[in-house]
Design a protein around this ligand. Structure first.
Ligand code: ARG
Length: 587
């Protein structure tokens, strides 16, 4: 069941080959939505250049050669050589009938499914899981869901920060406050507060200078790092206690957010510990890494600093310690070699762009990332407060994610309490959750992932505009029509009705679902799906205003429109599901 652009592309390419020779068979017909018709073909201008002829003549020749009979009316030549195409309504109706029989709603099956490793969320143990991690979590989850719907194999990798020098002070702090203390519980509720307390102790002790017996907090924290790294059992036990408490916190957030990450997807930095030495040795043996100022570095080709000197990617510090880059090199090797990735996507803050470019280049040079494996950094922008700065609480600390989500649900609760006091309380609570969480996630997803956005709860929860509640409301409305139809004994026709202009416009929107989903899966851009769904919901509203369903007197039309509405419901629900947003039964 080809979407209109695809069907038109095929027809035009055969025409190009017939008119201009086989070497034109794969020229891009440049099919675009048109203001004057449904689509236009903009290829004549480019082909004219290639052929050294006049664009309008080329347009006329294309027109003579193209066979659109069953698909479209005879195109019109406009301007310098645009071909305006109006699809045949019966063709649209036939496509939509096929769409409604397709379990995948037009999502194209890949020629060969890819194994896609997606590195996303990746908060840090005993550190902020602030609104910044909201985006890496929500965007990554939507990409994972979308790729699965498209038939790819997705391997989720939650690269949590669970290793490194801060663990010395964190372990010492946990020992001091006691593993069962109220302070330790902070790891599960407000890990940043736990981290800050440990940090404050460390800084104070560090400033005061080492105690002669080495028993001050800073000295103990430093030697704890060493014992931990040497594999000391007691240190490892307390470390895993820290990680365990943090994991519980992460998963409470994931449950609240309704994201698909579970324990099984955890692959934190510590996972790669025993591979770091080999990573360094292999790179050194291959002549890719060399020692510079005491540190082992890779200098990937093409990266220079301000002083025009090659930029180092440090993989072993002069004190012998390994860092973030070493771990990422071990991770990428594992993902390609052991997990069999055809593509690797890193959904991580935009600030880490240089890091990933250098890691990818180094991995390519090492042969760990072959040319046919695609690696992409899906850059994530910042969440800003009303002042245009990174979102923080009034006291200046980073905002607790859980508090933010609870506030969103509470706000949604007041909205739904006012809107539907007639509904039972448990149902209202569920709807509040769908709207509150859906609203926050959707606001995040509907912004291009690499641009910043301002966190504005009122806008996120508004019932109008490109918001989750607007789409959820559209779904609830169709579902309510469905319930009414049932009580009236009206059943939907097998094929949706596509006759009048409003039905036609809605049908054309529905046919774009598959291509949109495929584009999101290829480009990692969920905001395109949001824009699409918003357009679809608007097309539904216009359709419903122009074409009554249950009030329609003609039984066949009534049943055909009900089928069109219910197909719209399915596409909206499926699209929202790809975003990780659930649609309530009523609103
Ligand atoms: N934990 C890191 C942070 O919070 C993100 C890790 C991203 N993934 C990776 N493979 N480096 O910034």
């Amino acid at each position: 069941m080809p979407a209109p652009e695809l069907a038109l592309t095929e027809r035009f390419q055969s025409a190009f080959a017939a008119a201009f020779g086989p070497e034109y068979a794969d020229a891009d017909p440049i099919i675009r939505p048109s203001q004057f018709a449904d689509f236009q073909c903009n290829a004549a201008m480019g082909l004219a250049k290639r052929l050294g002829r006049k664009p309008r003549d080329i347009a006329a020749e294309i027109l003579a050669a193209v066979d659109l009979e069953d698909v479209a009316e005879t195109p019109e030549i406009a301007g310098p050589g645009f071909l305006n195409i109006r699809l045949r309504t019966d063709w649209i109706a036939a496509q939509v009938a096929e769409l409604s029989g397709d379990a995948h709603l037009g999502a194209p099956a890949p020629q060969r499914p890819d194994t896609v490793v997606i590195d996303y969320s990746a908060p840090n143990v005993a550190k902020e899981m602030h609104v910044g991690h909201l985006r890496t979590t929500v965007v990554g989850d939507s990409i994972a869901r979308t790729l699965e719907k498209l038939g790819h194999t997705v391997i989720r990798q939650n690269h949590i920060g669970d290793w490194g020098t801060p663990f010395g002070m964190l372990i010492e702090h946990l020992l001091e406050v006691g593993e069962d203390s109220a302070e330790a519980q902070l790891l599960q509720t407000d890990p940043n507060a736990f981290y800050q307390a440990a940090r404050a102790k460390f800084d104070a002790a560090d400033q005061a200078g080492p105690a002669p017996d080495g028993g001050d907090f800073a000295s103990r924290a430093r030697s704890r790092v060493a014992t931990l790294q040497s594999g000391d059992a007691e240190s490892l036990r307390i470390w895993s206690q820290l990680v365990e408490l943090s994991k519980q916190y992460f998963h409470r957030i994931y449950d609240m957010l309704d994201v698909t990450l579970t324990d099984q997807h955890l692959a934190g930095e510590s996972t790669y510990n025993d591979q770091l030495e080999a990573v360094c040795r292999d790179l050194e043996d291959a002549g890719i890494a060399r020692v510079s100022d005491g540190a082992l570095c890779v200098f990937p080709a093409g990266f220079v600093g301000r002083d025009e000197q090659p930029l180092p990617l440090i993989i072993r510090k002069s004190d012998g310690g390994y860092g973030y880059a070493t771990t990422d090199l071990a991770a990428i090797r594992h993902r390609v070699r052991d997990l069999g990735a055809d593509r690797v996507a890193y959904v991580v803050g935009a600030a880490q762009e240089l890091h990933f470019q250098m890691v990818f280049s180094a991995a390519r040079e090492a042969g760990w990332l072959p040319a046919e494996v695609e690696a992409q950094h899906v850059k994530i922008g910042s969440v800003l407060g009303e002042d245009g700065k990174i979102l923080r609480t009034r006291s200046g600390s980073s905002l607790r994610l859980m508090a933010l989500l609870e506030e969103a649900v509470a706000t949604a609760q007041t909205v739904i309490d006012e809107l539907r006091p007639d509904l039972p309380a448990p149902e209202r609570a569920q709807i509040a959750r769908d709207i509150g969480i859906g609203g926050v996630k959707y606001a995040d997803l509907s912004t291009a992932h690499d641009s910043d956005y301002t966190f504005d709860l009122d806008r996120m929860l508004a019932l109008t505009g490109n918001t989750a509640p607007y789409l959820q409301y559209a779904v609830a409305r169709i579902r309510s029509i469905g319930r009414k139809a049932e009580t009236q004994g009206v059943t939907a026709a097998e094929a949706p009705q596509v006759v009048n202009d409003a039905e036609r416009a809605l049908a054309l929107q529905l046919l774009e679902f598959g291509p949109t989903l495929a584009a999101v899966g290829a480009e990692y851009e969920p905001h395109r799906l949001c824009a699409y769904l918003f357009g679809l919901a608007q097309a539904f509203t216009s359709f419903y205003e122009a074409s009554p369903i249950l009030k329609e007197a003609d039984a066949a039309t009534r049943a055909g429109r009900l089928a069109l509405a219910q197909l719209t419901e399915r596409v909206l629900v499926e699209g929202l599901d790809a975003l990780g947003v659930s649609a309530p039964q009523q609103m």
